[in-house]
Design a binder for this molecule. Structure first.
Ligand SMILES: C[S@@+](CC[C@H](N)C(=O)[O-])C[C@H]1O[C@@H](n2cnc3c(N)ncnc32)[C@H](O)[C@@H]1O
Length: 234
C-alpha cells in the first residue's frame, strides 16, 4: 500500500529545512543544483516577458526563488499540500522582495487553477505522487489550461524506464550516488521511501501525454539516471 495524501502531507510538514536550500537544492536527487540552475536560465531565455509563475509542490520555494533571480517582478502562485512548506516558501520569496499572488494549500488533483493566466508553471519532484495515468491526464490538462499561449511548463522528477533491465541499471546508478553522498543506510532509507511513497512514470509516457493534452512542443532538458527534466510549450 502506498502512502495516503494525509501521510504525505505530514511527512513534508516535518521536512521544510531539507527543501529550503537554494545552493544545493534537494540533495537526495541526482543533479539537483544543476537542474535548478538549468531550468531558471532556460526560462529566462524562453519566457523573457513573463509576469506570472505557478510552482506546484513548491516545497520551500527553491525553484520560484531561482527563477526570481532573473525576474524579480514576477508574481508567484505557490501550491503545496503542506502549510509549513507554503509558509516557508512565502517568507523566502517575500524576503527577496518578490510578490506572492496566491498561496494554495491542497492536492493538485483537486485544486482549481486560473485559466490562461501563467507564463510559467513548474512541477518539480511532485508529480511522482500521482497514482495512475488518468490522474496524470487530468493534472497535465489542468496545467495546460492554466498557461497563456506560448507559456511553458517545466517538469523535473524521479522517473521510471520502460524497459525493466534499463530501470535496474539506472536504479543501481542512483544507489551508487546515494551511497557516495551519505552511505548505505541513507541509500536504503531513500529507496524505502520511494517504495512506499512514489509512483514514478516513464519519460515516454509523460511526453506523449503532454502532446495529447495540447502542448505544441515538448523537449527533454536533462536526464541522468532516475531523474529527468522536461519542458513543454503551449
Ligand atoms: C519532494 S518535495 C519538492 C519541493 C520542491 N518542488 C523542490 O523541488 O524543492 C515535494 C513537495 O510536493 C508537495 N506535494 C506532494 N504531493 C502533492 C500534491 N498531490 N499536491 C500538491 N503538493 C504536493 C509536498 O508537500 C512537498 O512539499
Amino acid at each position: 500500500m502506498k502512502m495516503t495524501v494525509n501521510e504525505i502531507r505530514s511527512r513534508f510538514d516535518n521536512e521544510v529545512d531539507r527543501f529550503s536550500n537554494l545552493e544545493t537544492g534537494q540533495t537526495s536527487t541526482v543533479d539537483s543544483a544543476l537542474v535548478l540552475e538549468m531550468i531558471a536560465n532556460t526560462i529566462a531565455k524562453t519566457n523573457p516577458n513573463a509576469n506570472y509563475i505557478c510552482d506546484i509542490g513548491c516545497g520551500g520555494g527553491n525553484f520560484t526563488l531561482k527563477v526570481l533571480e532573473n525576474f524579480p517582478t514576477l508574481e508567484s502562485t505557490i501550491i503545496d499540500l503542506s502549510m509549513n512548506m507554503l509558509n516557508r516558501a512565502k517568507e523566502r520569496i517575500e524576503s527577496t522582495g518578490g510578490t506572492v499572488e496566491q498561496l494554495l494549500q491542497g492536492d493538485i488533483r483537486e485544486l482549481k487553477l486560473c485559466k490562461q493566466h501563467y507564463d510559467i508553471v513548474i512541477a518539480a519532484a511532485v508529480l511522482h505522487h500521482l497514482r495512475n495515468r488518468a490522474e496524470w491526464n487530468k493534472v497535465l490538462k489542468k496545467i495546460y489550461d492554466s498557461l497563456v499561449e506560448g507559456g511553458t511548463f517545466w517538469y523535473w522528477d524521479l522517473i521510471k524506464h520502460e524497459i525493466p533491465k534499463v530501470d535496474d541499471i539506472q536504479n543501481d546508478r542512483y544507489k551508487e550516488y546515494l551511497i557516495q553522498f551519505k552511505g548505505e543506510k541513507y541509500q536504503q532509507h531513500v529507496f524505502d521511501y520511494i517504495k512506499k511513497e512514489d509512483t514514478p512514470e516513464t519519460v515516454t509516457f509523460i511526453i506523449s501525454e503532454l502532446q495529447k493534452v495540447g502542448f505544441k512542443k515538448v523537449d527533454i532538458l536533462h536526464k541522468n539516471s532516475k531523474f529527468a527534466a522536461i519542458v513543454a510549450v503551449k
